[in-house]
Design a protein around this ligand. Structure first.
Ligand code: PLP
Length: 430
């Protein structure tokens, strides 16, 4: 990384970035000059190198030490607002100790699929815990949340079926729909009129599946589950909800947005992940026994991949116990979320009025966003950046997310840095 840029150079720097960076249609893309063979696109892919030379490359940062609210990068201790470790469980001593015990007992991996040799009694114990927690008949623990969505959707959506998927749904839902033989129609984000229009138009189709994230990972929006449930009932559709960012965060018991809206009974398939509030890795799907039994025997993304390693499973079992018992963590998370959102709102930034600890700061222009992110890092704040195609072109954002472990001092330092740098770059009216 180059030396810290002098403040007075900010505008010049943004211009330099715009002139030297390969923005194609406003997003970070390869320059496809010489497309004669399959690898030409790789040899002509210069954008990451250019961004590194300009000191604004934000990805694959090597983290040397981790904590719940801080990490060490390039030897420097910085506050992290880019993780999804909402309840601070990734480094909880009880979770670590459960993981260590399982590691010693079962070894580092399962060396095979759950289907054949990779199902430990630990996997079944976790499945029972999840089913009990969510009041479902059965659950299947998979190796990632991505696979849980991809595997479930691709095996359920048959040739004659139609999926109705929110446009802002996670990539794993897109992938599941792409692999499935059935058709997918995307409705405008959280737009119930559009969803109803599509359902009405396809009312003759017997197999209809509505798919939505409960909490959208980039915007932090919450799905309009009460209306989605009504539409699912009116049009005879099955409902799949991905609670990746809802579980541990929303609802009195931390079960997610379905609990928050009191629609748990109306949701047919509940998908979740252990990589956010539970601080680990892995995913699951919960449903009626016969549905789970079918997915267990049909989902390629589950059958043809190695099982979740024992240490992760044991850590999640312990993490889930803490998530249920220690409600104080969720209270602290909500307090931090309310504090930071109020302060951003007072700075003139639009924020969602909900309890979701994902707070996107939309900058728009990609050069400005990448440079802003670099300036935040110089101030000791490590945030994530989303540029096209993750978000639409010219809607680049700094994605910030919070945990129960951030202190008021951390939050004030983050706010001060945003305030200073946005003012310096002329990004918002202050
Ligand atoms: C909404 C949503 N669903 C699913 C996933 C995939 O989860 P995992 O990281 O466990 O594969 C993510 C992760 O980014 C997500 O944000």
């Amino acid at each position: 990384m180059p030396e810290k840029f002098p403040d007075s150079e900010a505008a010049k720097k943004v211009i330099q970035i715009k002139e030297n960076f390969d923005f194609e249609n406003g997003h970070l893309s390869p320059s496809l000059k010489d497309d004669d063979n399959i690898l030409s696109k790789c040899f002509n892919y210069h954008a990451p190198g250019q961004a590194r030379d300009l000191g604004i490359y934000p990805y694959f940062r090597e983290i040397e030490e981790t904590g719940s609210s801080h990490v060490v990068i390039d030897g420097k201790r910085v506050i992290t607002i880019s993780s999804n470790n909402y309840l601070g469980l990734a480094k909880d001593p009880r979770v670590i100790s459960a993981g260590v015990n399982a590691l010693e007992k079962f070894g580092i991996g399962c060396t095979g699929s759950r289907f054949l040799n990779g199902t430990l009694n630990l996997h079944r114990a976790l499945e029972k815990d999840i089913s009990e927690f969510l009041n479902r008949e059965d659950s299947i623990v998979m190796s990632t949340g991505f696979q849980a969505n991809q595997g479930t959707i691709s095996c359920l959506l048959g040739r004659k079926d139609v999926a109705f998927s929110d446009r802002e749904n996670h990539a794993s839902i897109y992938e599941g729909c792409a692999v499935a033989p059935g058709k997918t129609l995307r409705y405008r984000h959280n737009d119930m009129e559009h969803l109803e229009y599509l359902l009405k138009k396809n009312s003759h189709i017997k197999g209809k599946l509505i798919i939505t994230d409960s909490v959208f990972s980039m915007s932090g929006d919450v799905a309009n589950l009460p209306d989605i449930v009504k539409l699912a009932k009116n049009y005879g559709a099955t409902l799949l909800v991905d609670e990746a960012h809802g579980m541990g965060v929303l609802g009195d018991g931390g079960k997610g947005a379905c609990e928050y809206f009191n629609v748990e009974k109306d949701v047919d398939i509940y998908v979740g992940t252990f990589s956010k509030s539970l601080g680990s890795i892995g995913g699951f799907v919960s449903a009626k026994s016969s549905v789970a039994e079918y997915i267990r025997h049909k989902a390629s993304a589950f059958i043809f991949t190695a099982a979740l390693p024992p240490a992760s499973v044991a850590g999640v079992i312990e993490g889930l116990r803490i998530l249920v018992d220690d409600t104080e963590r969720r209270t602290r998370l909500h307090e931090n979320t309310a504090y930071i959102k109020r302060a951003f709102f007072d700075m003139g930034i639009q924020v969602n009025n909900n309890q979701v600890p994902i707070v996107p700061i939309q900058i728009g222009d990609e050069a400005l966003t990448l440079y802003m992110n670099r300036l935040l890092f110089d101030d000791g704040v490590f945030a994530g950046v989303a540029v096209s195609p993750v978000v639409p072109p010219l809607k680049a954002m700094i994605r910030t997310s919070y945990t129960c472990e951030h202190t008021r001092e951390d939050l004030d330092q983050i706010l001060d840095s945003f305030k200073k740098n946005m003012k310096q770059l002329g990004v918002f009216p202050q």
